[in-house]
Design a protein around this ligand. Structure first.
Ligand code: ASP
Length: 399
């Protein structure tokens, strides 16, 4: 129904507002959630440092595997270019149709405002974190994340007894924000329907074709990381047969797939690590508990693909330094993501903002997100078990 007044009315008065309400509910949790989750994440890793060798090995493997994951994702998205191919007019129409006002100018312009490397680095350090929090959606999110990282580091240096009240406060903030996201998720069926309706009514089926390409690219990249990277780590570091490893952890894979939540899968993972894999309890408990929040390979990979996909979708050309920002932020996002369904959505907003892509663009991918969430959670949790097996083998060889 091109040029139809009735369709315009439905998009403008029903579909868009429904999408906006849903997105705003997610957005309102972004600042408090990012500060609390990242601070706690670093605090936990800080504790890891105190546990010594096991902690450092876990940390190294986490960073190495997450970086490989993100590079696989980014390689794939540059190769396949799932977001490219929308015509210029459709793109403009789409930008105008997205809920939120400040977008149309911002997308392409922001991305063009690339600064020199030194300027960029200095700007990452906030002068006033509160100011950055207020301007979070106008580019303040990265400095705010840096503040959270430093806060977590300082808290862990100050010693557990003294920071206990602040830690508990952060935990409470995080729990409440996750509840808020839960509320938003209750509206997701209506909100997401509204968003997809607006997009397809504006752009036509082209948008869905690109979305399908994106969907299969994420699945393929997750499968690649799962079958190649993890197998290599298990064969060469843990010195086990990858096939029997995957067979042993099948219960964990199924639970992660069904619940879409690393946290909900943790009890099963703990059991399997002892009963099936025969890992020492202290190593299993430690690595898996930290890993459920801090090691999320699947999520990191997915964030890299999603951000570059949306950049292609909106015709935003990212410079090399912006692509590097995406890599670093995606690895960080893997650490900061809560192990709950949709836990990565607030962080995608952060990564999108950091390279000047309208955060509302996330609406385009939400329709297919749940299935991808189930799959990336499988990769997240299997990664924790793979790291636990590697650390256990490493420890044995040394002692
Ligand atoms: N659902 C994921 C997990 O629990 C997090 C995410 O990527 O949204 O591991």
């Amino acid at each position: 129904m091109p040029e139809s007044a009735a369709l315009d009315w439905i998009v403008g008065n029903l579909a868009k507002p429904a999408g906006s309400i849903f997105l705003r509910l997610v957005f309102m949790a972004v600042v408090p959630l990012i500060v609390s989750a990242l601070t706690l994440g670093v605090l936990e890793i800080g504790d890891v440092g105190k546990i010594g060798r096991i902690g450092i090995k876990t940390l190294l493997l986490t960073l190495a595997l997450s970086s490989i994951a993100v590079l696989i994702g980014i390689g794939g998205v540059n190769l396949v270019k799932p977001g490219a191919g929308l015509s210029y007019e459709n793109r403009l129409k789409l930008l105008e149709s997205l809920p939120g006002q400040s977008l149309v100018q911002s997308a392409v312009e922001n991305a063009q405002k690339a600064k020199s490397l030194s300027e960029t680095i200095v700007n990452f350090i906030p002068r006033n974190p509160l100011e950055q929090a207020v301007n979070a959606f106008e580019g303040g999110l990265i400095p705010l994340m840096v503040f959270a990282l430093l806060l977590g580091t300082a808290m862990s240096a100050a010693g557990p007894a003294r920071v206990e009240p602040l830690k508990r406060l952060m935990e409470a903030v995080m729990a409440v924000m996750l509840k808020l996201i839960d509320f938003a998720m209750m509206l997701a069926p209506i909100g997401v329907a509204g968003l997809i309706f607006s997009v397809t009514a504006t752009v036509g089926m082209d948008a869905l074709k690109l979305l399908m390409k994106y969907f299969f690219l994420v699945l393929a990249a997750l499968a690649l990381h799962f079958s190649l990277t993890y197998s290599a780590a298990i064969a060469f570091i843990a010195r086990r047969s990858p096939l029997s490893f995957f067979k042993d952890i099948s219960e964990v894979i199924v639970t992660a797939f069904a619940t879409s939540s690393s946290n909900a899968t943790l009890p099963v993972a703990l059991k399997v690590s002892q009963d099936r894999l025969g890992l020492p309890r202290e190593i299993g408990n430690f690595v898996l508990t930290i890993g459920a929040t801090a090691n999320q390979n699947g999520t990191a990979l997915y964030e890299g693909i999603t951000v570059l996909f949306l950049a292609q979708f909106f015709g935003v050309d990212l410079t090399l330094s912006q692509q590097t920002t995406v890599v670093v932020m995606s690895v960080m996002a893997g650490v900061g993501t809560a192990g709950v369904p949709g836990g990565s959505l607030p962080l995608i907003v952060a990564v999108l903002q950091s390279v000047g892509i309208p955060a509302e663009g996330i609406g385009i991918i939400l329709g297919v997100d749940r299935i991808l969430d189930m799959c990336r959670t499988v990769v997240n949790v299997s990664g924790d078990l793979a790291i636990a097996a590697c650390v256990a083998a490493w420890e044995n060889r040394k002692t």
